[in-house]
Design a protein around this ligand. Structure first.
Ligand SMILES: Cc1ncc(C[n+]2csc(CCOP(=O)(O)OP(=O)(O)O)c2C)c(N)n1
Ligand SMILES: [Mg+2]
Length: 401
């Protein structure tokens, strides 16, 4: 709201440096609470679950990059380096709150209970994929876990999250939405439209902006001149906080307060997590062409998982032996799931055009017929159903024919 009484006779432009935003930081690199800081309240059970899920995702990412290199997956995106930004934030929310994510936040889905087999079903587009094989790998979604299906068109989830949160407010059931995106997505028009409508309509939505230094190959210095993303929230009248995204305690404490604010004051909130995308943008990217190994190494030293481990060891809540055992278990579980789920069949072909309309319209049926003709022409390129023969695999369901 503009304060019309704030009048001055001094002609002076306001600059970003006049309104600095500080970064909340609680843990030092050795996993100790910073001098003068207070350790936030977090129970042992939650802390260990957060730590385990951060590790699970690190192992999953390493194994899936390997699987993609072996030609077993077509595409993959990692969360490496940003695990604390994602797990630390989602852990502050209720399982009834909706998660709307970009594509690098599968750690939040794991925190909600997604299993190794479910990850594989989606990545491999098999018959058990909840998305019925219609999306590229990593476009997860789960109705049961309140995780909205991902759309890789940047920033579309931002106005959608505002709308979803508005519905939650109307329902009066004290739930909210957590909406993730990268600093690059904040250059989209949808970011501005979404934030403003959320502010004006007082929607209980927490926007978690992962500021990880890059939008593919474009560093933040070439993306914007302003002081990151948090001040943009303030510009829209939204309370904003910036945190060290590699500091699990800072991310979690800020997210707990952000959720309280969102629900109690019915307001959007912004949490900007400062971190670094340690891996490539995706398996289609090669970061050595646009950044130095020294820069990567500098951030590797700030690994959020290592920092949390040191804190847990210091509290006596964890041991090195448990750490080794956990990593081995995750490796076995993930590779086992990959092996078993890649043996499954692809989804039934006519799922491509079912579900959206009760009766698929003419243009979809026409495209479907063209697809069948194409498969008939090149049968060697398509998997037959081993139990029923090639013909049965792509046969259209009766209602479409
Ligand atoms: C509307 C739109 N424009 C461009 C792209 C291509 N694209 C995919 S990811 C990406 C970079 C996004 O960067 P950021 O939001 O910072 O997320 P990060 O990958 O760093 O996690 C771009 C430009 C897209 N998916 N959608
Ligand atoms: Mg980014």
């Amino acid at each position: 709201m503009v304060d019309k009484n704030l009048v001055t006779s001094v002609l002076k432009f306001t600059e970003a440096k006049d309104m600095p935003i500080s970064t909340l930081s609680l843990l030092n690199a050795d996993g100790e609470i910073l001098e003068g800081a207070q350790e936030p309240k977090i129970d042992k059970h939650t802390a260990l679950k957060i730590y385990r899920d951060m590790n699970y995702i690190r192992v999953l990412d390493e194994r899936m990059i390997g699987a993609q290199r072996q030609g077993r997956l077509s595409f993959y995106v990692t969360c490496t380096g940003e695990e604390a930004s994602v797990v630390g934030s989602v852990a502050a929310f209720s399982s009834q709150d909706m998660v709307m994510s970009q594509y690098r936040e599968h750690a939040a889905l794991r925190y909600r209970g997604f299993t190794s087999k479910q990850f594989m079903n989606q990545l491999l587009s098999n018959d058990l994929d909840l998305g019925k094989g219609r999306q590229m790998p990593i476009h997860y979604g789960s109705r049961d876990l309140n995780y909205m299906t991902i759309s890789s068109t940047l920033a579309t989830q931002i106005p959608q999250a505002a709308g979803y949160a508005y519905g939650q407010k109307l329902s009066g059931n004290d739930t909210c939405t957590i909406c993730y995106f990268g600093e690059g997505a904040a250059s989209e028009g949808d970011f501005h439209a979404g934030l403003n409508i959320a502010a004006v309509s007082k929607c209980p939505v927490v926007f978690v902006v992962r500021n990880n230094g890059y939008a593919i190959s474009t560093p933040t210095v070439e993306q914007f001149v302003g002081d990151g993303i948090a001040p943009r929230g303030v510009g829209y009248g939204i309370p904003a906080i910036r945190v060290d995204g590699n500091d699990i305690l800072a991310v979690h404490a800020a997210s707990v307060e952000a959720r309280n604010l969102a629900i109690e004051k019915s307001t959007p909130v912004i949490v900007e997590t400062m971190s670094y995308r340690l891996g490539a943008h995706s398996t289609s990217d090669d970061p050595t062409s646009y950044r130095t190994s020294e820069e990567e190494e500098m951030w590797r030293q700030k690994d959020p998982i290592e920092r949390m481990k040191k804190w847990l060891l210091g509290k006596g809540w964890w041991s090195d032996q448990q750490d080794h055992q956990m990593k081995d278990e995750y490796k076995k579980e993930i590779l086992g799931a990959l092996k078993s789920q890649e043996k499954r069949q692809p989804p039934v072909l006519d799922h491509l055009i079912s579900d959206v309309y009760q009766i698929p319209p003419a243009h979809l049926r026409e495209q479907y017929s063209e697809l069948l003709a194409h498969i008939d022409k090149y049968p060697d390129h398509y998997l037959p159903n081993p139990t029923k023969g090639h013909d049965s695999y792509h046969k259209p369901a009766a209602q479409f024919s």
